[in-house]
Design a protein around this ligand. Structure first.
Ligand code: ADP
Ligand code: MG
Ligand code: ZN
Length: 479
């Protein structure tokens, strides 16, 4: 009997499906948009009617190549489609068009950063293009089917089994989500099903390799973490008690945070893959690939570094300002029009992206810049700046005219402030006498008088400076 140290080593590999952000489906011209009345975005091709022929969507290939370039894969000059045959009601043709023998990308790696700051790379086996299936809704004894999603182009990103914990699995998915959504390959909305993962988990206990289970279609990063934890525990308990896990397919149960058996691997169908005869090979020249590379957006990590270096912002701020490409672009434009990019950043982080994913539709960048500048010049308070963001986002008015109309503009004119200070000093004989005798804090009372006279609109820093100078002269003159 080998010595038992109860040393548990998880082995995890993920297959991530990501819907590509094309206007139309992979092999027909139906809209690829999410939702819509069930079965309205369909045609004979994506309904799988006899005789209908698929025509490959060029943009889907370009997006798949972009994903591959972003993740450091080798892009193959020749790739091809195959048929994966199985019968299920969500698949009208009775087969799925996928890339089995010759995927468009192989190799590559995904950089991940763990909560403790540790960094690691997870290797990729391949990225291939395929079509999505329809959506089934089970209702009592009935099953409803919606083919709007059937034929929407996907990429499947298959990792090597190099992930070693639930934390790493979550960081891996988060990293892919950040990169692919930033560069516009996919919107990666797990709640709308445009990004989902099959999670493969096995454990090695004291050097004894178990068997892996595959948890199908997990649709949140949090659930992926929980599914991995549950499987590690379940399989290691089996191995420790002398039982052997079997190769199986499972599903995640959100209510119980557990996984449940669906079928054992030996029960699965043989997909009888063969080359898809109706679609020519994809041929990409080096020039085609360079062209696609040339049209790619900046990578999110680079965008983050750029903001840190150009504006001297913290990593936190740079991260928030690159949480999507739309936000990044919006920030650059607004900051470019403002003398106070740090205030622009604070407004965007604190007041704009907390309310919308589409900052440009919420408030024009020029307006954000104008509000930043008024605040930067001490013309308005920070409370007013925040109010202006929400007022102008609704009414579309110019921030300056709203600030004037709403009496938000602080008094900053030196002559006006000086007059007020002089009057306030006259009205506060006791305080100024105290100040002249050396009680510095007596100026506070005089400031209070200026504030009252100005209806709270005297800009405090400038007013205080003027008051200190004026009262200082009186004090020196009295010596
Ligand atoms: P399948 O055909 O069953 O989907 P693949 O070989 O394509 O199998 O692998 C699918 C996924 O399983 C990959 O992401 C891979 O990293 C992962 N995987 C492979 N071996 C293991 C293992 N021993 N434990 C956990 N995951 C694994
Ligand atoms: Mg699989
Ligand atoms: Zn169609």
């Amino acid at each position: 009997m080998p010595e038992r140290k109860n040393d548990i080593k998880p082995v995890i590999g993920l297959e991530i499906h990501v819907e590509l952000l094309t206007e139309t489906k992979a092999f027909c011209s139906c809209p690829a948009s999410f939702g819509g009345e069930p079965n309205t975005n369909t045609c004979p091709v994506c309904r799988g009617e006899p005789g209908a022929l698929p025509v490959l969507n060029r943009h889907a290939v370009e997006l798949a190549v972009m994903a591959g370039l972003a993740l450091g894969c080798s892009i193959h000059e020749i790739s091809a489609f195959d048929r994966k045959n199985y019968y299920y009601p969500d698949l009208p043709k009775g087969y799925q068009i996928t890339q089995y023998f010759h995927p468009v990308c192989t190799g590559g790696a995904v950089p991940i950063t763990l909560p403790d700051g540790r960094q690691k790379k997870i290797g990729l086996e391949r990225i291939h293009i395929e079509e999505d299936a329809g959506k089934l809704t089970h209702r009592g004894d009935e099953t409803l089917v919606d083919y709007n999603r059937a034929g929407v182009p996907l990429i499947e990103i298959v990792s090597l089994p190099e992930i070693e914990s639930a934390e790493e699995a979550k960081a891996y998915v988060e990293s892919i989500r950040r990169i692919l959504s930033f560069i516009g390959v996919s919107d990666c909305k797990m709640n709308e099903g445009s990004m989902r993962a099959d999670v493969n988990v096995s454990v090695i206990v004291d050097g004894d390799h178990g068997e892996r289970s595959e948890i199908k279609n997990v649709n949140s990063i949090n659930y992926i973490g929980k599914a991995v934890e549950y499987e590690i525990k379940r399989q290691s308990e089996m191995l420790l008690s002398g039982e052997r896990p079997r190769r199986e397919t499972r599903r995640y149960n959100e209510d119980k945070s557990t996984t449940e058996h669906i079928r054992y691997k030996e029960e699965t169908v043989d997909y009888r893959y063969f080359p898809e005869p109706n679609i020519p090979q994809i041929r990409l020249t080096g020039e085609d690939i360079d062209h696609i590379r040339g049209n790619m957006r900046i990578m999110p990590e680079e965008a983050e570094r750029y903001i840190e270096e150009k504006f001297g912002f913290s990593e936190y701020a740079a991260r928030r300002l690159t949480s999507s490409y739309e936000i990044y672009e919006y920030f650059l434009e607004a900051a470019g029009m403002s003398e106070y990019p740090n205030h622009t950043a604070n407004l965007i982080i604190g007041e704009i992206i907390t309310k919308t994913e589409k900052p440009r539709e919420y408030l024009a960048p020029s307006k954000t810049a104008a509000i930043s500048d008024m605040f930067g010049r001490y013309e308005i308070t920070s409370v007013s700046a925040k109010k202006l963001v929400s007022i102008c986002s609704v009414t579309g008015e110019s921030p300056v005219s709203v600030a004037e109309k709403e009496k938000m503009m602080m008094l900053t004119d030196p002559d006006t402030l000086k007059n007020m200070v002089e009057e306030a000093v006259k009205e506060s004989p006791k305080s100024i006498e105290d100040y002249i005798k050396g009680k510095d804090t007596a100026l506070k009372q005089i400031m209070g008088v200026v504030m009252r006279k100005s209806g709270g609109r005297a800009e405090p820093r400038k007013t205080m400076a003027i008051l200190e100078e004026y009262a200082g002269k009186l004090r020196n003159g009295a010596k």
